[in-house]
Design a protein around this ligand. Structure first.
Ligand SMILES: C[S@@+](CC[C@H](N)C(=O)[O-])C[C@H]1O[C@@H](n2cnc3c(N)ncnc32)[C@H](O)[C@@H]1O
Length: 252
């Protein structure tokens, strides 16, 4: 199913409220991963980006892209939603981007990347295009635009977190609610879709695109770290079980 139009519509609708609620957390410091803002300095997923050609898949308001441009990377922030890109553009225009000249915004879909093969040294996202596009379409596209030795690094919700999500209570609990093998397409508001794979299917789709898996990091927030997006019961859920998967891969 083509979820591009519905996902674009959803993100255009929610962009303003989403940024109002989450921008302070996402942009609090450079390089914060995921729902618990775990610093990359603890996880070492991205490495040095100085002088690298970087593509962020689903950049939202560009908090990550701006930070990497300021570190000396040449960054393209791609997003499906013009409202999200407008938020990124405003933030850039407000002078928050020290590396603004190294940073471009492009509207597009992770399923159909508008770039030539081998254009980037690093493709990455944090709950971006690889959460909102079918992986069997988006991963081969990411692999295509990477040069040899280039890395694909991305953070998504774990199947544990998704399978334990209680729709009725709008929170993650310790009870399995969804079938692990049936996660796949997750219905979001207004006909939009996000996507989830089993561990085995992630391995298949990454290897199938010719990528080497270097690491699977399971970010573990410290006790008491709040989840900025979802309620969990117990509150320390993610300290006890993995809420996110941070895949680190490269193209040989
Ligand atoms: C949760 S945000 C991730 C951005 C940022 N890391 C953040 O946490 O706000 C998801 C982003 O993915 C974008 N998106 C949704 N579907 C997409 C697709 N098929 N291709 C590229 N971007 C997409 C949305 O517009 C949105 O900006």
């Amino acid at each position: 199913m083509d979820s591009i139009p519905a996902n674009r519509r959803l993100w255009n609708q929610i962009s303003s409220a989403y940024q109002h609620e989450h921008d302070p957390q996402i942009g609090a410091m450079p390089r914060l991963w995921g729902m618990y803002s775990v610093p990359d300095a603890h996880l070492h997923a991205l490495g040095d980006v100085t002088g690298k050609r970087v593509l962020e898949l689903g950049c939202g308001a560009g908090q990550w892209s701006r930070a990497l441009a300021a570190e000396g990377a040449d960054v393209v922030g791609l997003d499906l939603s013009e409202a999200q890109l407008a938020a990124a553009g405003r933030a850039m225009g407000a002078g928050r981007a020290m590396g603004a000249s190294r940073y471009a915004l492009v509207q597009g879909a992770a399923e159909q990347l508008p770039f030539a093969a081998g254009s980037f040294d690093l493709v990455f996202c944090d709950f971006g295009g690889l959460s909102w596009a079918p992986a069997h379409l988006a991963v081969p596209q990411a692999a295509r635009v990477l040069g040899r030795g280039g890395r694909l690094v991305f953070n998504v919700a774990s199947p544990w977190f998704e399978a334990c999500y209680d729709e009725a209570a709008s929170r993650v609990t310790t009870t399995l609610r969804q079938d692990y093998f049936g996660l796949n397409t997750i219905a979001e508001d207004d006909g939009a879709s996000s996507y989830q794979l089993t561990y085995g299917d992630w391995v298949k789709v990454l290897r199938g695109a010719g990528l080497i898996i270097d690491d699977l990091i399971e970010p573990r927030p410290e006790l008491e770290t709040p989840n900025g997006y979802n309620e969990t019961d117990p509150p320390d859920w993610a300290h006890r079980w993995p809420a996110e998967l941070l895949w680190v891969t490269h193209k040989p």
